[in-house]
Design a protein around this ligand. Sequence first.
Ligand code: NAP
Length: 246
Amino acid sequence: MDNLLSLQGKHILVTGASSGMGKVFAQMAAAQGARVSLLARNEERLKVTLESLEGEGHDFCTCDLTEDDQLTDIVNKIDQLDGIVLCAGINDFVPVKFIKQEKISKMFQTNYFSQLILVQKLLKKKLINKGASIVFISSISSMLGVQGTLLYASSKGAINSAVRVLASELANQRIRVNAICPGIVKTEMLSGTNVDEDVFTKQEALYPLGLGTPKDVGGAVLFHLSDASRWLTGQCMIMDGGFTLN
Ligand SMILES: NC(=O)c1ccc[n+]([C@@H]2O[C@H](COP(=O)([O-])OP(=O)(O)OC[C@H]3O[C@@H](n4cnc5c(N)ncnc54)[C@H](OP(=O)(O)O)[C@@H]3O)[C@@H](O)[C@H]2O)c1
């Protein structure tokens, strides 16, 4: 019987592959047989990810997704894709009173506009194959009202809306578009925030299955990239260790 979960023969682009979840998703996709292209800004860390991948033919491109000319460059260099994992993103905890225009621009440019522009440029050049899968990494924050997350939560909420429209527009090409909305996952993103460690300790108590690891989310990413999910499109899948059961 066919192994529907295999990624053998597929070419997958992973953005945000220099650290955290993107790095692990790239490793997991390569372990399932995919040829993986890695994207992020930091060349040194991308090289570390590249060296950790099983199999052959993988490559990386350094790119600041918020720079339109760099995006165009990438799209001119990359070859046909069977899957895209849009994992690059930033976070910032700012109460509404302290939000400045430049913070709004940076958050939306990175977490929302650049992702859509990348997909649009790839579509225009017909670089996304029939049967391909596009997976956005959104966040459970998009569905909650946690104080200080206005910018982050709304940038991810915009992704959730985009997923449904894109899924509908691309279905005739059999390109599927979905999002995964993780709860708290232990990565570099969290250690880089100004939130105290004891906030996370308190949060952990609210997660029936504990806080997530990149691998926990990676299983769902592999499913979305594989033919096992070929009848799934336009969905935002909550993955939060049971947090929203409370
Ligand atoms: N950790 C969580 O609890 C959690 C929960 C829900 C959703 N998420 C989402 O999951 C995704 C991955 O988060 P993570 O926790 O793995 O964070 P992370 O370790 O900080 O990784 C973020 C990645 O995005 C890349 N990136 C940021 N800005 C970029 C830009 N302008 N151009 C290109 N690449 C850029 C970074 O690479 P460079 O610095 O090398 O560019 C890095 O590889 C994010 O979208 C995040 O919002 C995280």
